[in-house]
Design a protein around this ligand. Structure first.
Ligand code: HEM
Length: 197
């Protein structure tokens, strides 16, 4: 996983769970660089440690990480991506082709998920998510964080469940070991209806 996600874990913990939790999780860890990608197992370890140190469910940590990553980390590091579009409904369909594709080209060891995002109805978007990691809870958080970046809230309406892939199951098992279930329901298709807060 791309180093930006690891940096976001650290910043999220400082912002939402305080410095002592952050120290408990990151003391002894290497420096995670934006120019590198690291094994998924390292992220799993950090999330498990964060859930234990903050005394929260893994699912809560992963969702909070997603919200923080979109609203704060990506917004700070890549403001131009967001500024080019006036609403989350206009921004979200650009993520796959413009952003994740760029990540795949610049950091070959990073593997962002395949997202198919298209407008739905008058205000919504339909997100089809496919990743062996099955980080549906992170996806939910990233979507909410994106809406917040634009001063809106996302209303998520989950649909279909995809068949478990072996790696995805492994990731889930590893995360569950951290504290609780990452995602009891893995639901790749979402309807998102932004609404002004
Ligand atoms: C400026 C905005 C964004 C940037 C720069 C960005 C970049 C990235 C990067 C670098 C990763 C790590 C990939 C890896 O190392 O494998 C990632 C993962 C991910 N991104 Fe994005 N992303 C953005 C917006 C979004 C949005 C809005 C969504 C959802 C609607 C999203 C969904 C995901 C998910 C679910 C993952 C987790 C990896 C997985 O499931 O396999 N991203 N993104």
């Amino acid at each position: 996983m791309h180093g930006v996600i690891f940096q976001s874990v650290r910043d999220y913990l400082v912002a939402e769970h305080g410095r002592s939790v952050t120290h408990a999780v990151f003391d002894g860890e290497p420096e995670y660089l934006l120019s590198e990608a690291y094994p998924d197992a390292a992220l799993i370890r950090l999330i498990g440690a964060a859930a234990a140190a903050a005394e929260r469910d893994v699912e809560e940590i992963v969702h909070g990480l997603g919200v923080y990553t979109a609203e704060t980390t990506f917004s700070r590091l890549y403001p131009a991506f967001f500024d080019q579009t006036p609403t989350p409904r206009a921004f979200l369909p650009t993520v796959e082709e413009h952003i994740h594709e760029l990540i795949r080209a610049t950091i070959p060891r990073a593997g962002p998920p395949r997202l198919a995002i298209a407008p739905l109805g008058e205000n919504g978007v339909r997100i089809q998510y496919s990743s062996p990691r099955r980080l549906c809870v992170l996806l939910r958080g990233l979507t909410e964080g994106t809406a917040r970046r634009y001063g809106q809230r996302a209303q998520l309406d989950e649909a279909r469940v995809h068949a478990p892939g072996r790696r995805g199951l492994q990731l889930r098992r590893d995360l569950q070991r951290g504290r609780d279930a990452l995602s009891r329901r893995s639901s790749p298709t979402r309807r998102v209806m932004p609404s002004a807060s």
